[in-house]
Design a binder for this molecule. Structure first.
Ligand SMILES: Nc1ncnc2c1ncn2[C@@H]1O[C@H](COP(=O)(O)OP(=O)(O)OP(=O)(O)O)[C@@H](O)[C@H]1O
Ligand SMILES: [Mg+2]
Length: 248
């Protein structure tokens, strides 16, 4: 069996009295696309913030490629190959699209030189289809393009694990179709993907495995088919989603 890329053991994070992430344990195998699902407020973004060093865990541990990374800071996470997109995209508005992505590459420090960082950035802009907008200020981009910029920025960090926090939120169905192809192409490069996603269509077409959070706890994990048939998941999450769809 291949060694896990990421090992999460008993991870807990409290905000005041609320356990946003509560004693969560799982392994991520390399080379897979794993969906992280659950209702609003379940703790999905907090879990990504813990994995990428934005928040410090109250207890539990994290290992990445066998190294203890429980206490790493965000730039250390990026340097090790853990990069993420943000649910609320916040590019530097006055900087060009290319400079925003170059800044990401420099932050991770995985390029040999600033010139190399810029080349990596341009390559990723081509990959996400934003090359024609490279010289525009980031503020000029539409929401779908800002989402792509965010993706290019995290790819320019040269990740081995990419954590995507709702990269499809606010996109129309054609844009989502294109984003699905892009995520497949990222995985085909050998990058392991953890995908936070509310759209079940996207989850089912992309994910090899699912993790389900509810009130900070991991209530189910396994294949999409097994998870979708799990009564706990239907009760906590899918039931309401399906009901919403019936109403729509
Ligand atoms: N920085 C913070 N300070 C205080 N409470 C927080 C903070 N971040 C998250 N929380 C709380 O932790 C819980 C989990 O929030 P989180 O953002 O991780 O959920 P989520 O699953 O990403 O939800 P959504 O689907 O709406 O993005 C919520 O109760 C939230 O209010
Ligand atoms: Mg979130």
């Amino acid at each position: 069996m291949t060694a896990p890329l990421l090992q999460v053991q008993g991870l807990t994070k409290r905000f005041g009295g609320v356990a946003a992430v509560n004693n969560v344990s799982f392994d991520l195998a390399p080379g897979r696309i794993v969906g992280l699902i659950g209702p609003n407020g379940a703790g999905k973004t907090t879990l990504v913030n813990l994995i990428t060093g934005v928040h410090r865990a109250d207890s539990g541990s994290l290992r990445f490629e066998g190294h203890d990374v429980t206490r790493q800071r965000p730039f250390e996470a990026a340097r090790r190959g853990l990069s993420r997109t943000f649910q609320i995209v916040q590019p530097f508005p006055r900087m060009s699209v290319l400079d925003n992505v170059t800044a990401g590459a420099l932050f991770a420090g995985n390029a040999a030189s600033p010139a190399q960082a810029r080349e990596d950035a341009m390559a990723q802009l081509r990959f996400v289809g934003l090359q024609a907008l490279a010289d525009q200020p980031a503020a000029a981009l539409t929401l779908p393009s800002r989402k792509r910029l965010e993706l290019a920025k995290s790819l320019a960090m040269r990740p081995r694990l990419l954590l995507l926090d709702e990269v499809n939120a606010g996109l129309n169905s054609a844009e989502i179709g294109a984003a699905i192809e892009l995520i497949r192409a990222i995985a085909a490069q050998g990058i392991t993907v953890l995908l936070i996603e509310h759209l079940m269509k996207v989850v089912f077409s992309l994910c090899d495995d699912l993790l389900v959070l509810h009130h900070g706890e991991l209530i189910a994990q396994g294949s999409p088919q097994a998870v979708a048939a799990d009564p706990k998941v239907i009760e906590a999450y899918l039931g309401t989603k399906y009901a919403e769809r019936m109403r729509a």
